[in-house]
Each structure stands twice: as C-alpha cells, then as structure tokens.
Design a protein around this ligand. Structure first.
Ligand code: HEC
Ligand code: HEC
Length: 160
C-alpha cells in the first residue's frame, strides 16, 4: 500500500468507525463529516508524483467526499447528487479525467465584459468558488496558486 492509499484508508476507517456512535466526527447534517474525519489537507506524496491510479483513489476516498460536503453546505438542493461528474463532466471517462473538463462553464478573463457578466449572473456562486472551492481544492492537492482554470476552461483558450 502506498502512503497515499494508507492515509485515505485511515480516513475511511475513521468514517466507518464514527458510524459506531462517536459524536466528535458528526457534521451538522447528523452524518459523519468527511472534513472532520480526514481534514482539508494535502496528499502524503506530492500530487505531481502520484500515479493515475493513486490519484483516482485519492479522488474517490478524499476529494469527492470533502467537496461534496462543501457543495451541499452551500446549496443542499442543487448539489444533493454531487459527484465526480460535477467537476469532470459527462465525458470524464472518454477523456481520462483530464482537467479542466471542456464541458464545464467557461470562466471569462478578468476585466472583460464577460467576467462582469458572470459576476452579476452568479454572484453567490462566484463568491463560493473564490472563497471556498478554489482554496480547498488547492489544499487537497497540495498545489500552490490553484485557480479557476484548474477546473473551468478559460475563455481565451476556448476561443482559439
Ligand atoms: C471538486 C472537483 C473534483 C471532484 C468532485 C473530483 N475531481 Fe478528480 N480531479 C479534479 C481536479 C482539479 C483534477 C486535476 C488536478 C491537477 O492535476 O491539476 C482531478 C484529477 C483527477 C484524476 C487524475 C487525472 C490525470 O490524468 O491526472 C483522476 C483519475 C480523477 N480526478 C478522478 C476522479 C473521480 C473518480 C472522482 C469521483 C470519485 C473525482 N475525480 C472527483 C477535481 C475533482
Ligand atoms: C475544484 C473545481 C472548481 C474550481 C477551482 C472552481 N470551480 Fe466553479 N464550479 C465547479 C463546479 C463543480 C461547479 C458546479 C457545476 C454543476 O453545476 O454541476 C461550478 C460552478 C461554477 C459557476 C456556475 C456556472 C453555472 O452555469 O451554473 C460559476 C460562475 C463558476 N463555477 C465560476 C468559478 C470561478 C470564477 C472560479 C475561480 C474563482 C471557479 N469557478 C473555480 C468547480 C470549480
């Protein structure tokens, strides 16, 4: 077992163990909190050095449950079914989970009318993206300066 798999396995054991009645890892919904059980922390080995299999395992065991918790805390109705596909797009298997997924919302470059349009159409979503999603994803990958473009295609690239 690699270090990454081990730490995810420990997280899963904690999750399962917590079902047995421990109150300390229980989130506001009354379900076990993945954030409390595993923490918004980087993988044991640098993300860039991990094999695709280890990356997938880390996504399944840690990124997906923690992100689901953040997205449902933001809007439980909209994201009740939150899963891989919300970040990776419907075509995720065909494109081997390459990011940013081409089918994701295209974020216009800052300072353009498109960017101002996004700010007025999705004010709360953009705030959530800036203050919660982007920093959490950076921490979970242990990658500095993670940006919107890590998940969303940017307009400049898409139009070329
Ligand atoms: C919150 C968004 C998000 C969710 C949810 C998510 N992923 Fe990811 N995933 C990413 C990002 C971002 C990357 C690319 C990180 C990088 O290398 O820059 C990635 C990378 C990957 C990779 C590595 C691809 C490669 O070739 O490097 C795999 C495999 C993967 N994800 C599988 C999954 C699976 C399976 C799920 C569901 C259990 C999932 N992901 C859920 C954001 C997400
Ligand atoms: C970790 C991946 C990730 C990062 C980083 C990220 N987003 Fe998102 N974004 C998502 C997901 C997932 C959704 C919801 C998609 C869905 O509805 O299934 C979303 C939705 C949105 C939406 C709503 C689009 C729509 O059609 O409803 C906007 C606008 C948006 N993001 C802007 C941004 C901006 C701006 C940034 C950078 C500050 C950013 N996002 C960073 C994953 C990400």
């Amino acid at each position: 077992m690699t270090g990454t798999m081990k730490s995810v396995a420990v997280g899963l054991v904690l999750l399962l163990g917590a079902c047995g009645g421990s109150k300390s890892t229980t989130g506001t919904t009354g379900k076990v909190s993945a954030i409390e059980a595993m923490g918004v922390t980087p993988p044991d080995s640098p993300w860039g050095d991990m094999s695709v299999e280890d990356k997938e395992f880390y996504m399944i065991g840690k990124v997906n449950p923690i992100m689901k918790e953040l997205f449902t805390a933001h809007d439980v109705e909209e994201f009740a079914e939150f899963d891989c596909v919300d970040c990776h797009g419907e075509e995720m298997r065909e494109i081997d989970f390459k990011m940013p997924a081409p089918s994701m919302y295209i974020v216009p470059p800052e300072g353009t009318p498109g960017h101002r349009g996004m700010m007025s159409t999705f004010p709360e979503m953009v705030k959530f993206m800036q203050e919660t999603v982007t920093p959490a994803m950076g921490k979970l990958l242990g990658v500095e300066n993670f940006t919107c473009a890590g998940c969303h295609p940017s307009a400049s690239k898409a139009t070329r």
